[in-house]
Ligand binder design. Sequence first.
Ligand SMILES: [Zn+2]
Ligand SMILES: [Zn+2]
Length: 382
Amino acid sequence: MVNGEIRIEAALATGSAEPFVRRPLMLRAPRADELLVKVVATGICHTDFMTRNEGLCAFPMVLGHEGVGIVQAVGEDVAGFDVGDHVIMSYDYCGACPQCQRGKPSYCDRHGELNFAGVRPDGDRTHSSTDDSAKEVYGSFFQQSSFATHALSHASNTIKVDKTLPLPVLAPLACGVQTGAGTVFNTLEVAEGSSIAVFGCGCVGLSAVMAAKVSGAKMIVAVDINPRRLRVAAELGATHGIDPADQPAGSTLADRVREMTGSGGCHYSIDTTGVPHVLRQAFDCCRPMGVTAMIAPGVPGTEVTIEMLGLLPGKSLRGVVQGDSVSKEFIPQLVSLWQRGEFPFDRLITEFRGIDKIDDAVNAMESGDVIKPVVIVDETFL
Ligand SMILES: [Zn+2]
Ligand SMILES: [Zn+2]
């Protein structure tokens, strides 16, 4: 340790669509309001590689925002954590803005800055190169940057979990699973006996399907272009599946959902694809007073067209961040549901060993072969 800094290994994003590069870096000592976490595993989420591929961050950058690990050091102003605690790291928020004060921290005024800016809240850096010749390094992604052996987090985005739980399995709760399940439980408040259509059966969509089943939805329509994912959706609770490749000429996806659900369409729909014409179908398949949740906004500047007359019968289109979840309360609830066998999110996970396997994991996710990759960073833990 030099000046409190530690040497870590990270999978560094060096440019748009460039493979991750394994590199030693220096990580600053935790400040008074920070925790140092030894990363055991990290999930990989679409936001990681969309941020990289679309160049939505400064480079080089340590990404990763579904980290789980063990607390190694606790800043003097951090309450409620001890060295050795097992933790999940989720999104961060300020706690002081109007939305945070209303208990909706995922809509924090500082959400973009705290989770995507690549620096600490005051603009300082957490990471640096091991030699002076290399460029500056950005970190603090979701105030964690979990594609590394160690991370700095805040009490606000760190959730303590029972030490008997298998940490790597819990990683996707930090974002993908929380987002899908939270949209059903917290945002839409899906009612027993209702109908819902879920467009896109990746981790977020399938988490929504599982949550809809827990909520007692009577009809759960899953839509995906990958027949294997539709089969998984059926196993997890979807009552109907639609593969757009089987679409009869002259009809739309929304027509098919409305035929299945009757009564002018379903009560709720969720678009997880970020594709404008799919979001349009998700909106059109809802009945009067129906609500459509939009989870993936596509790249900045993406627009969608909605017919104004279609909006008139009391319908709404609602953007959703992190499933409206207050992670410290919601993630333990999801763990309880999982332990009771009602929410088998672990079935979505395929493991990859070692941070040098991040590219394999990303490729498997992008090709559709794997629903949720979790990279095991610390193999000795297992
Ligand atoms: Zn805030
Ligand atoms: Zn994510």
